[in-house]
Ligand binder design. Structure first.
Ligand SMILES: [Zn+2]
Length: 260
């Protein structure tokens, strides 16, 4: 009881004392138009969640990069869009956000069927780890206003992995209300995933979703969520059943709030 009261008091205090200044918030909405929500309750909620997010997370720039307020607010607001109606506690599992100037090249290894080890470089624009920090490439974050047209958004992608990992490893299945919701999720997501993989295998290069989504169900979920939020009309047109599934999970209907 006391703890609930204390948490509420602390929340109110943070919202009053650390509110994001109006000019900075307006600048953020102008740079990333998909964050400008026409419903005033939702718009106010996104701003409050962003304020609380900034107060509870720690940003670290790598290689001399200084994460200023503009950058932190840009990341916070995009990270809070998916949890607008799910709650900030969905992100309780981690504190750190590590920001690189640009993509990070990671050395990877795969072992083939003959036991031969192959090494290759992978370019990462972001990475989410279980209980660990979320890594982001600032260049990709900063480009999110322009890349929205292609359905691309690195912040939403990585934070959807965080949501996915709330119930164990990232597997494309987040925390759902009940068994019925789980069955529905698996049915729709796997059918859409299989169809998408078939299109990629057939050489279809006209897909809205990045071919990277064919990598694994958890990547398909994260890539689909990007398009759901930043290119909702195109996404709904190409993936109607998946759009409805994500709208139910996120409790949001991005296509309805924006003219096509
Ligand atoms: Zn991913």
């Amino acid at each position: 009881m006391v703890r609930t009261w204390f948490r509420r008091w602390r929340t109110e205090r943070t919202l009053q004392r650390r509110a994001i200044p109006d000019p900075l918030w307006q600048l953020t909405l102008a740079r990333f138009p998909f964050l400008a929500l026409p419903n005033t309750d939702e718009a106010a909620r996104l701003r409050e969640l962003s304020t609380l997010f900034l107060a509870s997370k720690e940003f670290t720039g790598v290689g001399g990069l200084e994460v200023d307020d503009t950058m932190a607010v840009a990341i916070a607001a995009q990270a809070c869009l998916p949890i607008l109606h799910l709650g900030l506690e969905c992100y309780d599992s981690f504190i750190g956000i590590v920001v690189h100037e640009d993509v990070v090249v990671a050395r990877r290894e795969v072992v083939d069927d003959d036991g031969v080890v192959h090494e290759y470089d992978e370019e990462l624009s972001g990475e989410a780890m279980h209980g660990g920090p979320v890594m982001l490439s600032w260049r990709d974050v900063a480009d999110a206003g322009e890349s929205a047209e292609a359905g691309y958004n690195v912040v939403i992608h990585e934070f959807v992995h965080v949501l996915d990992m709330r119930n164990g490893d990232a597997d494309g299945i987040p925390v759902l209300a009940d068994r019925e919701a789980l069955e529905e999720w698996v049915r729709v997501l796997s059918a859409e995933y299989d169809t998408f993989c078939d299109r990629i295998d057939a050489g279809d290069d006209e897909t809205l979703l990045d071919p990277y989504a064919a990598e694994a169900p958890e990547e398909f979920f994260a890539v689909a969520a990007e398009a759901f939020f930043v290119a909702p009309h195109e996404f709904k047109h190409e993936h109607a059943a998946l759009y409805a599934l994500l709208a139910g999970y996120f409790k949001q209907d991005p296509a309805a709030r924006r003219p096509s």
